[in-house]
Design a protein around this ligand. Structure first.
Ligand code: COA
Length: 146
């Protein structure tokens, strides 16, 4: 994206309804769309193009990346990285520095993105997904200890 302006990443206000395009992209990407945000969740978006949904545990300084998606026609242009880095910065500003996620070992695009954003593998959950595929666990900020 050299020469392109940084994409604008926004945080959805607490209690705001999910934009329709998020529900659409969620369904297109994952086959089913999750409902509105629970009180402990947070969502960052690049409007119409990308979103990242987190679950937050402020008392523990932890957050889990639940879902991240970029519209298929906009992938490979740095938007995934832009939205993830913005989330990480804002979560760190709230003291949420121990970050976790699960990912399919076959999802090489996502794994590459996480590695580029400073995440490290820290374990495996056998047969985690409903189709029997294992999940790799990744962490950022040394969150797996203790
Ligand atoms: C995973 C996903 C969010 C990445 O978003 P993106 O905008 O395409 O990623 P970026 O352009 O920011 O690229 C980030 C890094 O990943 C790499 N990457 C992106 N797509 C890749 C692919 N298909 N294969 C290998 N590496 C890939 C990029 O090269 C870049 O690494 P680099 O800086 O070393 O070049 C996007 O592919 C997506 O929405 N996938 C479907 C949903 C999904 O699987 N989400 C994760 C599980 S919740």
């Amino acid at each position: 994206m050299s020469g392109d302006p940084e994409p604008e990443v926004r945080r959805l206000a607490e209690g705001a309804p999910l934009p329709d395009w998020v529900t659409r992209l969620d369904r297109q990407t994952f086959g089913e769309a999750w409902r509105g945000l629970a009180a402990h969740e947070a969502l960052w978006v690049i409007p119409e193009l990308a979103f990242a949904r987190w679950s937050r545990v402020p008392a523990a300084g932890e957050a889990e990346l639940l879902r991240i998606a970029v519209a298929s026609e906009a992938r490979g242009q740095g938007l995934g990285r832009a939205v993830l880095e913005a989330c990480q910065r804002e979560l760190a500003g709230e003291g949420l520095v121990h970050l976790f996620l699960e990912v399919r070992p076959t999802n090489l695009a996502a794994i590459r993105l996480y590695e580029r954003c400073g995440w490290e593998p820290c374990g495996c959950r056998p047969r985690y997904y409903s189709d029997g595929e294992d999940a790799l666990l990744f962490q950022r900020g040394g969150g797996a200890q203790g």
